[in-house]
Design a protein around this ligand. Structure first.
Ligand SMILES: Nc1nc2c(ncn2[C@@H]2O[C@H](COP(=O)(O)OP(=O)(O)OP(=O)(O)O)[C@@H](O)[C@H]2O)c(=O)[nH]1
Ligand SMILES: [Mg+2]
Length: 324
């Protein structure tokens, strides 16, 4: 058979999980490019990001979602709602689990607070899937960080609710076990035309991606509650006199005191953030980039839904009907 006679397949794979489970790392691995930012901190991803992978005349659209956790602020609620809405119309839903964290909770005495929270958030997701009668595929991630024997116990424990049709064990970061999962997903995609142009890698605009990259650098350098109090917007995208790319961004914080922390002593922090972001942007865009960063106070923006649209989030509370 010639290639043209093989029908194309295309479908949507939604990736759910507790904060920090490795969802964005996994989506980047499947796409083969960085479409979603990754940090060691929880709640890095704030909106749904589609990463597009092509393989064997099959297009898989991976939907990276914000972590699902117990929300406190209006922003948190919008993030969690965006994650659940990501399962609407999905052909396959994956639940990614931080396996070492979950194991720590199963062996109760060793659970640190972060692992406990991660495992509790995972249990919350399983319970809600069960309640809604939704099936999913269990993906135990970060297996490079734990011994193999307890993985079977974990799989057994998590499969008790009857929510999962299949179980995979992978390391998204080290690219272990991902090929088997990719093949499984290819076979689960329905026949049909591609949903995006074949060479497109994501649905996120360059302006939003540029803001995300700067936010990633801020998350990596700032501590405690500060990363959760800031947002980045790309406000200028133009050319210098010499025709080189000029990007202007504003970092919004909630209070005056936070502004000083973002700037750092003698502006050292923001200079380092700007340098790291500019280097990534230049690589992503394949050209010289001049990046200008400003810091402004926008009081209580995390409780102001009108601000969420600019970071790719719908207003919270919008409920779309769920399929099946
Ligand atoms: N050792 C190890 N670390 C991993 C693996 N996958 C992801 N990580 C790390 O886990 C941390 C969180 O990864 P992310 O991909 O940002 O996780 P996420 O689920 O998208 O997190 P949120 O967006 O905050 O919900 C990062 O430090 C990753 O490098 C893995 O397979 N093994
Ligand atoms: Mg993420």
């Amino acid at each position: 058979m010639t290639e043209q006679l093989v029908p194309t397949r295309a479908g949507i794979v939604t990736v759910l999980g507790a904060p920090n489970a490795g969802k964005s790392t996994f989506v980047n691995q499947m796409v083969g490019a960085k479409v979603s930012i990754v940090t060691h901190k929880v709640q890095t991803t704030r909106t749904r990001i589609r990463g597009i992978a092509m393989a064997e005349r099959t297009q898989m659209v991976f939907v990276d979602t914000p972590g699902i956790f117990v929300p406190r602020r209006t922003l948190d609620r919008a993030m969690v709602a965006a994650a659940w809405e990501g399962t609407d119309g999905a052909d396959v839903t994956l639940l990614l689990v931080d396996a070492p964290a979950y194991l720590a909770m199963v062996n109760e005495d060793t659970a640190d607070p972060a692992s406990r929270r991660s495992a509790e958030d995972t249990d919350g997701i399983v319970a809600r899937l069960k309640e809604a009668g939704q099936k999913a595929v269990l993906v135990l991630n970060k297996i490079d960080r734990m011994p193999r024997p307890p993985l079977l116990l974990l799989a057994e424990t998590l499969n008790q609710e009857g929510v999962f049709t299949d179980t995979f064990m992978i390391s998204a970061k080290k690219d272990l076990g991902t090929e088997g999962l990719r093949q499984f997903l290819i076979e689960r995609m329905p026949e049909g035309p591609y949903l995006y142009p074949e060479d497109q890698l994501s649905d996120i605009t360059d302006r939003l991606m540029a803001a995300e990259i700067t936010r990633e650098k801020l998350f990596l350098r700032l501590h405690q509650e500060l990363p959760y109090s800031l947002t980045v917007e790309t406000e200028e995208w133009g050319r210098t006199g010499k025709g080189e790319l000029r990007i202007g961004q504003t970092i919004y914080v909630e209070r005056d005191g936070q502004k000083a922390l973002v700037l750092g002593q003698k502006g050292k922090t923001i200079a380092a953030v700007g340098k790291a972001a500019r280097e990534d942007l230049a690589e992503m865009l394949g050209e010289t980039v001049h990046l200008f960063l400003f810091v402004k106070v926008r009081e209580n923006w995390t409780d102001d839904p009108a601000r969420f649209r600019e970071i790719g989030l719908e207003k919270p509370g919008r409920q779309t009907p769920r399929n099946g």
